[in-house]
Design a protein around this ligand. Structure first.
Ligand SMILES: [Zn+2]
Ligand SMILES: [Zn+2]
Ligand SMILES: [Zn+2]
Length: 255
């Protein structure tokens, strides 16, 4: 089984640079410091899965030449993970079928509110068709690809992480139980949300993310959902313990 992940975005909700900010990260000319909102593309053999559809989705799909998708999986309902869904229209039209959206009941409710026009009976050719697929238990299959859902907390909000083969993707969290962390054990690659150095009410800071990363025992861990409050990519990368890296937009890893 061939598995490949492409980091489509590795930035927190405002992206980097932040509009109007001229800090060192926002002013950096290193392309690794230009961060779209957090999202990833996972290919397992011929199956193509998108995780989250934030406001940068159009540019992310163009930048990575993604023209086909079998499904979208949602971690949670925040705007920086859902606001770009309408930009799937060209793919929906090209594929001539509704796009399966895998999400929790809570996320589904929010998407239906946000994209209510896609459910109207009035046939308007510009409207994308979606097919809501509720997580049915913690194991499910998308076109034969097994997905294991991992439960975590993002402040008060429930978030879903996904283990797909040897890759685990977990973002926007500040708590995961030991029981749920067991689902991560044995992964070869962990993409983990890590916001900044200072503590935050709904995201892991650097210290907490390193602690969870070490507990997971995964040999390669990439931090994502990074804020401009961190040092620039090159400086912070040099300070991380062995096995830990900062994700960057456009990064691909094949397993
Ligand atoms: Zn987020
Ligand atoms: Zn800044
Ligand atoms: Zn969030």
């Amino acid at each position: 089984m061939k598995q490949k992940i492409t980091i489509l975005g590795s930035g927190t909700s405002q992206g980097i640079p932040v509009i109007g900010c001229h800090c060192k990260s926002c002013n950096s000319s290193d392309r690794k410091d230009k961060r779209f909102r957090t999202s990833a593309f996972i290919e397992v053999d011929k199956v193509k899965l998108l995780i989250d559809a934030g406001p940068d989705l159009r540019m992310q799909l163009l930048a990575n030449s993604i023209e086909d998708l079998d499904a979208v999986l949602f971690t949670h309902e925040h705007q920086d993970h859902t606001a770009g869904l309408d930009d799937l229209r060209p793919i929906v039209f090209k594929q001539k079928k509704a796009m399966p959206l895998w999400c929790s009941t809570q996320v589904q409710r929010r998407l239906i509110e946000q994209y209510s026009y896609t459910l109207t009976n009035a046939e308007y050719p510009g409207v994308p068709k979606f097919q809501y697929c509720n997580f049915n238990g913690d194991y499910f299959k998308i076109q034969g690809v097994e997905v294991l859902r991992i439960h975590a907390k993002h402040g008060q909000m429930d978030v879903s992480g996904f283990r797909i083969g040897d890759i685990t993707y977990l973002t926007d969290l500040n708590f995961i139980s030991n029981e749920e962390l067991k689902k991560v054990f044995g992964s070869k690659l962990l993409i983990l949300g890590c916001l900044r150095r200072e503590s935050h009410h709904s995201h892991f800071n650097l210290e907490e993310a390193i602690e969870v990363g070490l507990k997971s025992n995964v040999p390669r861990i990439l931090f994502t959902h990074l804020s401009h409050h961190f040092e620039i990519h090159g400086e912070l990368s040099a300070l991380l313990p062995s096995g830990f890296e900062l994700a960057f937009d456009g990064q691909t890893i094949e397993l």
